[in-house]
Write a protein that binds this ligand. Structure first.
Ligand code: SAM
Length: 283
């Protein structure tokens, strides 16, 4: 690792001036990237999928912390040459995928073996990526843990319990399929360039057996309920195009309750009742 040049030199040599359109805020402090890599550890023998390696600070740490294989997906063509230098330093351990993470399917590269997702995510697509990983099929998923950096405000929405102001669709989806917690915060001054807000590293452990329900139904219910979060469910669920009262009666949820009071199990029950009601109406 010490043989690799400092990250500032790498950025200068490869013309990696940060682009806002690609959500680029780089971490140049290898102590900090080491801390993130260790949070996803132990990595000995592990396969890690890293999204948006950029100049490769976190990538280096994942490799020095012992990851046997890192699959790094990067959209910025300018970063690829920088990453190839790291790959040459760790023969056979770093695979660079030049492309869009939103279209990346890791399964053909994994041969059924579990991987870990570790990333300082590009903020503009962080939520979309997280939702795609939380709704992936089949379940249990292709990853056995995720350690991801988000803006603090997004991290709070992910881990929010029912009854809190930040509890919403993301909290329900994350809580349904994973156990998540904020591990630590990262101050804006740790990034180049510094973002406006504090960031947080969040850990997700997939639940082996989440309560059974169809992802699409759960998404429809939470979209309707939180789309008008201040309204009572007997009103907000009307946007589903069905009569909400039988749905609420079937689940024992008060028609006067509001979305933010309903725990994950309640939303799962509603999604299941919706599937039954829809198939009865369709038949
Ligand atoms: N991991 C590096 C670090 O910690 O210094 C860079 C993190 S930076 C917040 C986000 C990275 O994601 C950038 O390198 C950016 O080019 C990359 N990126 C942005 N959009 C992407 C996409 N759709 N697919 C893959 N990578 C993307």
């Amino acid at each position: 690792m010490s043989d690799l040049p400092p990250l500032r030199d790498v950025i200068r040599r490869h013309g990696l001036s940060a682009k806002k359109s690609l959500g680029q805020n780089f971490l140049l402090d290898l102590n900090l990237t080491g801390r993130i890599a260790r949070a996803a550890g132990p990595l000995d023998g592990a396969t890690v999928v890293e999204i948006g390696p950029g100049p490769g600070g976190l990538t280096r740490s994942l490799l020095t912390e012992g990851a046997r294989r890192v699959i790094a997906v990067e959209r910025d063509q300018r970063a690829i040459a920088a990453l190839e230098e790291i790959a040459a330093h760790y023969p056979g351990r770093l695979e660079i995928v030049a492309g869009d993470a939103l279209e990346f399917d890791p399964n053909p590269l994994l041969n059924g073996k579990p991987a870990r997702i570790v990333a300082n995510l590009p903020y503009n697509i962080a939520t979309a990526l997280l939702v795609s990983w939380l709704t992936t099929e089949p379940w249990p998923p292709w990853y056995d843990r995720m350690v991801l950096m988000f803006q603090r405000e997004v991290a709070e929405r992910i881990v929010a319990p029912p009854g809190s102001k930040t509890y919403g669709r993301l909290s329900v989806l994350a809580g349904w399929r994973t156990q998540s917690k904020i591990l630590f915060d990262v101050h804006p001054s740790n990034f180049v360039p510094p973002p406006k807000v504090t960031s947080s590293v969040v850990e997700f452990i997939p639940r082996a057996e989440p309560l059974p329900c169809h992802t699409r139904g759960l998404e429809r219910i939470t979209e309707a309920a939180f789309g008008q979060r201040r309204k009572m469910l007997r009103q907000s669920l009307k946007t589903l195009g069905i009569d909400p009262l039988p749905l609420l009666a079937a689940t024992g949820i008060q028609p006067t309750a509001r979305a933010e009071e309903i725990p994950v199990e309640g939303f799962v029950a509603l999604a299941r009742a919706l599937a039954i009601q829809s198939s009865a109406e369709g038949s």
